[in-house]
Design a protein around this ligand. Structure first.
Ligand code: SF4
Length: 330
């Protein structure tokens, strides 16, 4: 008989919970008047959760909409947990928006650290800042914004090696490396070791002697919630016969975590919503694990588990396993 476990470590991270909480607090203000709250980009990469918030008055706009706006007097703009570059705040204020800033404190601290590194290098008159992150991602744009657009972004090892080859990353100047908060800790470690190796060789030093030169500073900036999730999720993926990974396909963190599950368990399926689940994925007696990204709501993981059991005609087991669906949680 099929059994289904929900990963208790999956679900929204603290930054997303905080942003949604602030949005709902504004939208459901006690005065009872209907409210409208603009969000620059999706507050969470999850369509079902977005629909729920839209019904309360959340309006998601993209950068193009924001650039085309001419007047937003009296309107309120929410800045997501990912954060934004300084120019966004300037433009929002000049349009007349009031701002609800939901930048995650962890991202905020990272922005400050990058800014400090950039200012120190500017004072010294040389140096470079490298960000390991996804090009075009809102958090990364916010980070580049702290360096007047000068930071070099690399998405992976191949891109970093290419940048070295082309000379856009130099091996002879003071270098500080930071990671987007949701990247893979293992990938970040290997990328930094490779860079250290290349810089040491370029400077004709052993790696050990190169370390003493302080030419390369690697900052540990991956969110601890994400880092611990990596370890626990690897274990969860190994302990189950099949993994159903629930996350919006646009979620950067979702892609990283789903790839991690796939590397541990080849029978991993990435879905946006339970309607994508296919009966033929399952075998009798499969121990199924349901998990998700930092943008996946708990209620959607529960709905997915229910759907799997229903598909496999074990509705009574669902009731025994999870109890009645919690209406407040919807
Ligand atoms: S993943 Fe971490 S840094 Fe990013 S929003 Fe969530 S809590 Fe904040």
């Amino acid at each position: 008989m099929i059994t289904v476990d929900i990963d208790k470590n999956s679900g929204f991270c603290a930054g997303v919970i905080r942003a949604i909480g602030k949005a709902e607090e504004f939208l459901n203000d006690k005065d009872g008047s209907p409210k409208r709250l603009y969000s620059l980009g999706a507050i969470v990469h999850n369509d079902s959760e977005l629909e729920r918030l839209q019904k309360q008055g959340l309006v998601t706009i993209d950068n193009e909409d924001f650039e085309e706006m001419v007047n937003a007097e009296g309107e309120v703009l929410l800045i997501r947990a990912h954060g934004e570059p300084p120019q966004t705040y300037t433009r929002a204020e000049s349009l007349g928006f009031s701002i609800i800033d939901c930048t995650c404190p962890v991202v905020l601290k990272l922005q400050q650290r990058i800014k400090e590194a950039y200012m120190a290098q500017a004072k010294e008159g040389s140096g470079q800042i490298i960000i390991f992150g996804k090009i075009g991602h809102a958090e990364v744009l916010g980070l580049i914004g702290q360096t007047d657009g000068t930071a070099i972004v690399v998405e992976d090892m191949r891109m970093m090696e290419q940048a070295v080859k082309e000379g856009s990353i130099r091996l002879d100047v003071s270098t500080e490396v930071f990671s987007q908060t949701t990247k893979s800790p293992a990938e970040y470690r290997s990328l930094c070791s490779r860079l250290e190796e290349m810089m040491a060789r370029h400077n004709e030093l052993s790696v050990e002697r190169f370390k003493g030169k302080n030419l390369l500073k690697v900052h540990d900036t991956i969110c601890s919630q994400v880092a611990t999730r990596h370890e626990r999720l690897s274990k969860f993926a190994l302990e189950h016969d099949l993994i159903v990974f629930v996350a919006g396909k646009a979620s950067s963190n979702g892609k990283v975590l789903c790839d991690l599950c796939k590397s541990m368990n080849i029978r991993t399926y990435h879905i946006d919503s339970p309607s994508e689940i296919k009966r033929e994925w399952f075998r009798a007696d499969d121990k199924v694990g349901v998990c998700g990204a930092t943008s996946t709501p708990k209620w959607l993981l529960e709905e997915t588990a229910r759907h799997i059991l229903e598909l496999n005609r074990y509705v009574p087991e669902w009731e025994k396993t999870f109890g009645e669906k919690d209406a407040d949680n919807q």
